[in-house]
Design a protein. Sequence first.
Length: 356
Amino acid sequence: MRTFTIRMRMIGAIGVVLFLLALVGSAGLYGMYRIESINTAFAQNTVAEASELSDLRAAIGELRSLEKDMIISYEKPELVTKHHEAWKQTLARANQIIEKMLAGEDDVDNAILRRMQPELDTYAKKLAPVARQLEAGAYDTATVANRMLGPAHQASDAAVAMVGEIREALEKEAQQAHASAEAAVSSTVLLFGGALLLAVAVVLPLTLLNMRSICQPVDEARRLAEAIAQGDLTREVTADGKDETAALLRSLTAMQQRLRSIVGDIRDAASNIQLASSEVATGNQDLSQRTEHTASNLQQAASSMEQLTGTVKQTADAATTANQLAGSASDTAGKGGTVVSQVVSTMDEIHTSSKK
């Protein structure tokens, strides 16, 4: 899954969802089309033929009624002729209805209609001579005329019986259409349910797998980022795949390695600084000791200088005294050797003091 990018996987998921939606919609539309086709066929064939059959039955009934009117009017030839013309028109209308019903699909009622046409023709042929006799006033009573129409009545009764057969056939067609509609509904529900289950079976695991392939590396990236934020640069992650999350993990791993390198460099620099600081501290301590020693020497030198200053002062005082003595000696030089000896002794003392 992670071989493909997230963008590619999302586009693929959209394509799969659209395909499955099209499949589910096609199943529903196909079922609706089947049901509509069955209903349309039922409306156009069975319902229309039922209406036409009703018209045919009414036409045949009207033929029988006009036939009776002709017999009842046997004493009035002009009424017989009128009723006979109406009978012919009704017969023509009945034949037109039969032709119209035969123009549809070739089903069970067509065979019955084809058997009905000869019966109506026989009915017309058997009635024609009797009608002519009625128009001519050849019958004394209506009973005789009605008896003469016996063969015609057989044909018309057969036609009426065939109308009943057609009605039963149409009822069977209606039942079959209803059963077909129920079967179409059932098959549509099964087909739609199967397509829906297929969609769920495909979309659900793919969605969960895709979610896991995205969330798991994101969680790993979050944990790695938290570890880096807490200063832990030792956490290891595996960046598998070629998607965006794998690229993110690789970037975080590279950042972690770079931070690890930077921290190592800082640690080495800190060690070097610590060593230099130790050396500087040692040097400062040595310099402090030397400074203290120098200060002690300077203090000793200052003390010696004070002593030297005192000695020089004493020497100056002695020199002054010597000058005074020299003057006195000069004055008393002539006084004899004793004085000279004292002077020499005094000079020796001065000389000794000067050395000090």
